[in-house]
Ligand binder design. Structure first.
Ligand SMILES: [Zn+2]
Length: 197
């Protein structure tokens, strides 16, 4: 049976933050898919803790937050997937890149997990590439480029917070694959390396 989206939207809008939190952490599996999307919208528009959205995802996939934490520790213990160096702290960065060629403008947004030095290098590369190659597209290059450069600079101010979200998101999205390759370091590294592209 299809739900009445407008009614659900209205009902959720009338809930308190605590009730939304309760719904997101305990009752997601009893909700219709449409209702879950509305719930996620509500969490985003109220600017509630983004881990609530991750909690919803883990319930839907059947993994607990503990499973996710344990898997994250395994990922963080890997050598850097970019330079191969061991014992460095791995962090997640958001990389945005815009390139234009006359009428074609492409915008790429990737999550990049690597050691601090490799993450910084990749971020600088995105900034340089976008600054040089973003503008040359009419009209999108002219709009997209200042937006991308501004966003890249803003990202840099919330590295810690963004890293946490990227690492959690990576583990949740790849849980099956990661679990299937546990104990095989080179395969695990491949999974991280491929998502960095
Ligand atoms: Zn590295």
């Amino acid at each position: 049976m299809a739900i009445d989206k407008t009614k659900v939207r209205e009902a959720y809008a009338n809930l308190s933050d605590a009730e939304i939190e309760e719904l997101a952490t305990k009752e997601v599996t009893s909700l219709d898919e449409e209702a879950i999307h509305i719930l996620i919208d509500e969490i985003e528009s109220r600017n509630l803790n983004p881990t609530l959205i991750q909690a919803i995802q883990t319930q839907l996939t059947g993994f607990t937050m503990d499973d996710v934490e344990r898997m994250k520790e395994k990922v963080l213990a890997l050598p850097c997937p970019e330079c191969g160096e061991r014992g460095l702290e791995l962090t997640g960065r958001l990389i945005r890149e815009v390139k234009s060629f006359i009428v074609v403008t492409t915008y790429k947004r990737i999550t990049f997990i690597a050691c601090e030095e490799c993450g910084e290098k990749r971020w600088r590369q995105a900034l340089a590439l976008s600054s040089l190659l973003g503008w040359w597209g009419i009209p999108w290059g002219l709009f997209r480029t200042p937006f991308t450069i501004g966003a890249l600079l803003l990202d840099r101010r919330k590295l810690k917070e963004q890293s946490e979200q990227i690492l959690n998101g990576f583990v949740i999205n790849n849980m099956g694959d990661l679990q299937a390759n546990l104990g095989h370091e080179s395969q695990l590294l491949d999974i991280v390396y491929n998502q960095n592209r």
